[in-house]
Design a protein around this ligand. Sequence first.
Ligand code: NAD
Length: 260
Amino acid sequence: MGFLTGKRAVIAGIASDRSIAWGIAQAMAREGAEIALTYQSERLAERVREMAAEIGASICLPLDVSSDDEIVRMYESLAGHWPSFDILVHSVAYAPRDQLVGRYLDTVTREGSLIAHDISSYSFVAMAKYGRSLLSKQSALLTLSYLGAVRSIPNYNIMGPAKASLEANVRFMAADLGAAGVRVNGISAGPIKTLAASGVGDFRQMLQHFASIAPLRRNVTIEDVGNAAAFLCSDLASGITGEIVYVDGGFHTVGMSMPD
Ligand code: NAD
């Protein structure tokens, strides 16, 4: 019996089979969770439905997190299938491409900053706010962050402050929801080649640099992140909340790389 047997999980953020959310969905399904997937737009609907079928997930709902109305509608549809759910995974981020290449002050704009913070940080709060009446007594919310929240990283630019805001939201939401038995955590993942990541300038160099310095001397995979996510959202992690867990091969722990 898997350690998520009996849990119902809503997972937002699958765009392709390289998506971190796909690694999470596969790990959670393997551990016995029932899964509902959301997709951003009709363009992704068929692909996400096919992927849902692969893991036996029968619920697939549209959700553009930039709209409160869409979030409310998604939960209304979900309530037609499930009376409650136990796990929410927010694996969603966006900044306009022109924000992610070049020097910070040259590229950052008011509009780019608003969009990055809205889609990549506030949307996690909105999903919790409108979904909390459906959350079960022992539920867990999870989002995805990156080291750019706490260190400057070339080209990551405005996504750094957006991820810092997201990590602060994890702590505020954990404090707010803890008394109701709801845990809130984030995973700070190492770089992985996905659609979102391909928008960040010089991403390939970032991957090489990471693998040469991280204690594990390799890049992490969506399976590495998926397994950690399944654990964090399970009752095995019942004492963990308000936390950012690094799944980065140890990269953030290194002060100076040792020659091999
Ligand atoms: P991805 O492109 O596969 O996933 C990003 C998802 O965000 C897509 O499914 C997209 O549809 C969704 N999205 C964007 N705008 C949306 C909107 N308005 N409404 C609904 N959905 C929207 O890329 P990924 O790398 O799997 O990204 C998932 C999460 O992991 C993001 O938060 C990202 O910042 C984070 N992350 C990624 C890396 C990496 O290197 N790939 C590292 C650390 C953290």
